[in-house]
Design a protein around this ligand. Structure first.
Ligand code: MG
Ligand code: MG
Length: 265
């Protein structure tokens, strides 16, 4: 019989700190979304994210993680995740850009991602972004104390595939808390009623990576950047959430929004 890996449940106090870490991630993503434009380098995005973390006394969650050289992953068009920021790489009109970002506050982690348009993008790219965001929303709606991890994957996968897209298998969501990646893995595929049991107080990151073409992934020569094998577009959205009896609470909401949110868990 296999040993069950430990899935931590967080206390009310611990969730309060994760809300702060998540709020900082969300606030900086909102700022970056308003800032990105054609001609901006991905290195500039990293620099802004770095300074904004410092202003808020938060630490970067990704910098030096297994040797990652940036504070933010910037993944353009056919890049799925883990794009390395560079001063030599400029955004172009029509690009879609995944911004995946994390912070640490008092040892607790927040992790969130958005995909944003640069200038004017094609209707096809717009649809991919919308469906990927909706897939995250469907995944969130499947979260509930007593539910299963497979409920989430099924919800994400069903929505993406109904739109004619595919979900990436090689990268998955994850538990999160005192480490960026904790148990359990949260795949973007699955069957309802299967997988690890969700318990109130668990904190997980749900992060659909949705491809316009096939689900196959390749890694670039830099050892990090994951791209679609067929070169077609990919989009990515992510929230860190706490499991509640009734459903979920998003921990990576902009601070202006959390002030209006009920804090029950
Ligand atoms: Mg992330
Ligand atoms: Mg993540």
């Amino acid at each position: 019989m296999l040993m069950q890996k430990t899935i931590e449940v967080k206390s009310r106090e611990e969730l309060a700190i994760m809300r702060v870490a998540g709020g900082i991630v969300a606030d900086i993503l909102v700022l970056l979304k308003g800032m990105v434009r054609p001609g901006m380098t991905t290195g500039e995005i990293d620099q802004v994210a770095r300074e904004e973390l410092k202003k808020r006394n938060a630490k970067p969650a990704f910098l030096n993680y297994h040797g990652f050289p940036g504070v933010i992953c910037v993944s353009i068009n056919s890049e799925i995740v883990h794009g390395i920021p560079s001063d030599k790489r400029s955004l172009k009109d029509g690009d879609i850009v995944g911004l995946d970002f994390g912070s640490i506050v008092e040892g607790w982690y927040g992790d969130s991602a958005i995909t944003v348009p640069i200038g004017t993008i094609s209707p096809e790219a717009e649809r991919l972004i919308r469906v990927t965001r909706e897939s995250l929303e469907k995944g969130l709606a499947a979260v509930k104390g007593g539910g299963r991890v497979g409920d989430i994957g099924f919800a994400v996968q069903s929505h993406a595939e109904a739109a004619g897209y595919t979900v990436v298998r090689e990268f998955v969501g994850h538990g999160i808390g005192r480490a960026l990646h904790e148990e359990p893995p949260i795949p973007n595929y699955g069957k309802p009623g299967t997988g690890a049991r969700l318990r109130t107080g668990m904190t997980i990151a749900i992060e659909p990576m949705v491809n316009m073409g096939g689900p196959e992934v390749a890694t670039l020569g830099d050892g990090w950047t994951a791209v679609t094998k067929d070169g077609k577009l990919s989009a990515h959205f992510e929230h860190t959430v706490a499991v509640t009896d009734a459903g979920f609470e998003i921990l990576t909401l902009p601070s202006a929004m959390t002030h209006r949110q009920p804090r029950a868990i």
